[in-house]
Write a protein of this length. Structure first.
Length: 215
């Protein structure tokens, strides 16, 4: 008998940290001191909050650099960071620091200019709640998936990478580990969360499951 899958939803209570930056040099310094939860909030959680955007950047650092500092070149580099590449927050923090540090070193005058608005570091305290009964079959999994909220889909498909410490997500991990559906798991994991909204991501997962069941 396969291990059942439990759907969860997650809510985040936002806390404002005691750090803010009004210059790029200050952002660089604050990044060194910011807790992991703050790095997570402004990158992984930011992607969940802005899943519907068709313009701008999905991480808060890139968006602030563009909107408040008018540094499109650096914003483009920061916005190009793909959270799917990271299973450890220190690695993500290191790349953010490196990109901002390189820009500060090569553009010292611009790096010390004041922003239109300060950047306030925040973090979200996660609260999870199980949804319904666990599911054990692909059909039950599909039915549960169809009812998921954005918060639950984000929790299982995006934020789960850090929890698993794998370049995967809860859905793919369960499909491969519990049901032995390696190919389906890989195809679901390959869905691009940057070119899809959470709604179209869910639709794509359902289509892949339907294709699998028709084979």
């Amino acid at each position: 008998m396969s291990t059942p899958f439990q759907f969860y939803t997650a809510a985040y209570v936002v806390q404002i940290d005691n750090q803010s930056a009004n210059k790029l040099t200050e952002l660089r310094e604050c990044l060194d001191r910011a807790p992991d939860a703050s790095i997570f909030f402004h990158t992984f959680q930011s992607l969940g909050r802005h899943h519907f955007l068709t313009e701008g950047f999905s991480n808060d650092f890139a968006q602030w650099v563009l909107a408040s500092l008018n540094r499109p070149e650096l914003a483009e580099r920061l916005g190009g960071l793909d959270v799917r590449d990271y299973v450890q927050l220190p690695d993500l923090r290191g790349d953010l620091n490196r990109m901002i540090g390189e820009y500060c070193d090569s553009h010292p005058r611009e790096a010390d200019m004041s922003a239109f608005e300060p950047f306030h570091f925040c973090q979200g305290v996660e609260v999870t709640v199980p949804l319904g009964s666990p599911v054990s079959t692909l059909e039950e999994f599909r039915d549960g998936l169809k009812k998921l909220s954005h918060a639950s889909l984000y929790y299982h498909f995006v934020a789960s990478r850090l929890r698993l410490h794998l370049n995967s997500n809860d859905f793919s991990f369960w499909l491969e580990d519990a049901l032995g559906m390696d190919t389906l798991a890989r195809r679901i994991n390959a869905i691009d969360i940057y070119t899809n909204t959470l709604d179209t991501t869910r639709d794509a997962i359902v289509r892949l499951i339907d294709w699998e069941t028709r084979k």
